[in-house]
Design a protein around this ligand. Structure first.
Ligand SMILES: *[C@@H]1O[C@H](CO)[C@@H](O)[C@H](O)[C@H]1NC(C)=O
Ligand SMILES: *[C@@H]1O[C@H](CO)[C@@H](O)[C@H](O)[C@H]1NC(C)=O
Ligand SMILES: *[C@@H]1O[C@H](CO)[C@@H](O)[C@H](O)[C@H]1NC(C)=O
Length: 698
């Protein structure tokens, strides 16, 4: 034990000795003069001109696929785990869970993938899909999704994608609006389509991807029986028998129409050209050092999401291997993995991953719980090691000494790292803001940079991306080398690009990745897209950002969340909510400000444990939690708590709600009141609690 302790202490002291060097900060973005609206514009510091293609001539995804497959012909491209067995386990309380045992990854090389996609492209012609008609892909993320996409590109067919979570009405609307004639789907979605077939007037053909070990013909009924239904492999074999010459697109042709949720009403289809998508690939490629054919990527996020399409396109352009998995089978302890067998990540051992914040939060909680249950020395050692590494990552003790790092890695973090396979060298996070705590936790425990990016479907994913050596939290990095980022004044909101010390304003993105607008919706397109005098496209994001000294962006507000009160004061709903969430009694909160009143009100989901503790301490009687939440004394206590945190944060009087409604039921994604990333859906909450809001303003 003594030797052990000495082994720990010596490097720690040496490390402290050699430390305390000031960290230098470098400029990561450069100011430029460009056209369009007045503002402050920056570009990435490394490239004087915006990148448009990953290499000369690769100006469509179709040609990119052809060239990449030729270049990396014998490298592995697509990996899929074969199902070995499926069983149902029943838990003690009688609920049934499906558990699967999955085998090793089986791989397709770049050369094989090219032939597969080419066959499928010819097969589409063989089953009667005409030039100019659109194809929808509606399935969970898997290798066939990727192949179908490439096949459509080879035939200059526009692919329509729809978030599975958008619901039936949105699905019917998207397929109808784009007049899709062929849908490529998995068996699960096929069932959904059959149920909706009465409303799907334009669909003529459905191609379903087979499930491993399920060779039964799907059963059809009703109006769907007028469809031509064929399996994915059948279409491929038709294509092999009847090869068709490719029909390659031009850079300006629309590659994908991606339907995303609007904050109100029906979803909007964002039109992405080949030019948009190859620009994103070109820019993002430069942000990951050493990206190449040695990299292995775990693909599991929905491909209907721009983040995943951009990530997979970037990885494959670099010659890397893409192994497919799913959120439910990701780790050894994932809910669908049979106990004692391997999850996707331990089987694949990826070097790069993408994640949305909700998943990273889950990983963090998992590690925390595990360490806590071990208790004792393990816990103490973990806490100490964590503090040391945290200080190092944050730069306060960063010395040239790597010894201490290796020590902690060997003693404490190696085990944790093996949860993700042990080879991960970087993670990208996008889709929603990542909390600083979680970012740090992953940095320390997994010893890898976690690169936060910012972008929208309308900007074809990444518009900013943290650099590999940037250890800060809470920021989203400088503009990527394929676009400009401009801050323009939003005077009503009080954000100006001349603000000091940090310029602030609405974020506007310009360059080749800015998409072509919304499908069949010129009004909305003209509202948020502008073309300047030099022909450059700009997208107005509605997000408010500020430039840090080094040119990195921090997102600080959202334009549509700002309301002007009766006396002309502006209330930033998001900002105030973030402050008030600091009260221990607040689980979730939606602030509401009506322009016809001079003060705000709020709907608050109460934090059960904290309120019950208060009730116990003060002797307030209650029969159940709902009862406690409706007690005027409770409401008074919560109001006083939020005004305290508001005061500490120096909120203005008109920003603090004068009246609140206290709810006892949590807002989960299932309720429809918050998104999967737990962002509140203002419009839905407003509608759901319309009566309460009205009463509060009386
Ligand atoms: C690709 O398809 C679109 C839509 O049908 C068409 O307008 C365009 O001209 C086609 N491109 C080429 C190069 O044929
Ligand atoms: C499909 O679109 C057409 C117009 O293009 C419209 O008349 C029809 O009502 C739509 N059908 C559904 C089910 O939305
Ligand atoms: C409050 O008191 C009840 C009954 O005494 C007890 O069951 C509960 O655990 C207490 N809750 C808290 C948060 O202290």
């Amino acid at each position: 034990m003594a030797v052990y302790m000495l082994g720990i202490l010596v490097p720690v002291f040496l490390s402290i000795w050699f430390s305390k060097r000031e960290k230098k900060s470098k400029d990561r973005a450069v100011t430029v003069e460009v056209g369009g609206e007045k503002g402050l514009t920056k570009r990435n510091w490394r490239f004087e001109h915006l990148l448009e293609t990953p290499w000369e001539g690769a100006d469509t995804l179709a040609i990119l696929f052809e060239q990449t497959c030729a270049r990396h012909c014998d490298n592995l491209l697509l990996g899929t785990r074969i199902l070995i067995s499926r069983e149902t386990e029943v838990s003690e309380d009688g609920r049934a869970f499906e558990k699967v045992t999955l085998g090793h990854y089986e791989w397709t090389t770049y050369g094989q993938a090219f032939r597969s996609a080419d066959d499928f492209a010819s097969g589409l012609v063989a089953i009667g899909h005409e030039k100019g008609e659109r194809v929808a892909i509606f399935a969970e993320t898997r290798a066939e999704w990727f192949l179908a996409l490439q096949a459509c590109f080879r035939r200059n067919l526009t692919v329509v994608t729809i978030y599975a979570s958008l619901g039936e009405e949105a699905l019917v609307h998207s397929l109808n609006e784009t007049e899709v004639t062929t849908v490529v789907c998995d068996r699960k979605q096929l069932k959904k389509l059959v149920d909706l077939s009465r409303n799907l007037d334009t669909v003529k053909r459905v191609v379903y991807m087979e499930d491993y070990g399920n060779t039964l013909e799907p059963s059809l009924s009703g109006s769907s029986s007028k469809w031509t239904v064929a399996s994915f492999s059948h279409v491929q074999s038709l294509g092999r028998q009847l090869p068709a010459n490719p029909d390659m697109p031009l850079a300006a042709d629309i590659a994908v129409i991606m339907y995303t949720s609007g904050s109100t009403g029906l979803p909007k289809g964002v039109m992405m050209s080949h030019r948009n998508m190859v620009a994103t690939v070109a820019g993002v490629t430069t942000m990951v050092p050493g990206l190449g054919s040695k990299d292995v990527y775990l693909a599991y996020l929905p491909l209907a999401h721009v983040l995943e399409i951009a990530a997979e396109s970037t990885l494959f352009a670099a010659g890397a291997a893409i192994g497919y998995g799913s959120p439910l089978t990701m780790t050894d302890t994932s809910s669908k993995i049979k106990h004692g067998t391997k999850g996707d990540v331990t089987e694949l051992r990826p070097t790069l991953m993408t994640a949305v914040p909700a998943i990273l939060d889950r990983v963090r909680e998992g590690v925390r719980k595990k360490v806590k249950t071990k208790g004792g020395f393990t816990n103490t050692l973990f806490q100490f090691a964590y503090k040391r590494r945290l200080a190092a990552v944050e730069g306060s003790w960063l010395g040239a000494w790597g010894l201490e790092k290796h020590l902690w890695n060997a003693v404490v973090f190696r085990k944790i790292r093996s949860v993700l396979g042990g080879r991960v060298r970087g993670m990208l996070s996008g889709g929603a803001p990542l909390s600083g705590d979680t970012q740090r936790f992953i940095n320390v425990c997994f010893g890898v940079p976690i690169l936060q990016g910012y972008g929208l479907t309308e900007t074809c994913a990444g518009a900013t991306f943290c650099e590999w050596d940037d250890t800060s939290v809470g920021r989203v990095g400088p503009p990527v080398p394929h676009c400009y980022l401009k801050l323009v004044n939003w005077e009503e909101g009080g954000y100006l690009f001349t603000d000091t010390p940090m310029p602030r304003g609405e974020i506007v993105i310009g360059g080749p990745s800015v998409t072509m607008g919304y499908f069949k919706n010129t009004v909305k397109t003209e509202e948020v897209y502008k073309v300047d005098e030099n022909g450059m496209r700009w997208f107005y994001t509605g997000d408010i950002g500020c430039f840090h000294q080094d040119g990195c962006i921090e997102i600080i507000d959202r334009k549509k969340d700002i309301v002007k009160l009766q006396h002309g004061e502006y209330v930033s709903l998001g900002k105030v909510e973030a402050v008030l969430s600091g009260s221990r009694y607040v689980d979730s909160i939606m602030l509401y400000a009506d322009p016809f009143h001079s003060h705000c009100i709020a709907i608050i989901v109460a934090a059960q444990a904290a309120l019950e503790e208060w009730a116990n301490d003060t002797g307030v009687q209650y029969s159940n939690f709902a009862d406690l939440c409706s007690n005027p004394a409770t409401i008074k206590e919560v109001l006083s708590s939020i005004s305290k945190v508001a005061k500490q944060a120096q909120l203005q009087k008109f920003e603090v709600p004068t009246k609140i409604k206290l709810l006892h039921e949590a807002w989960t994604p299932e309720t429809g009141l918050v998104t999967a990333a737990l962002k509140i859906k203002r419009e839905v909450i407003r509608k759901t609690f319309a009566d309460d809001l009205k009463n509060l303003y009386q």
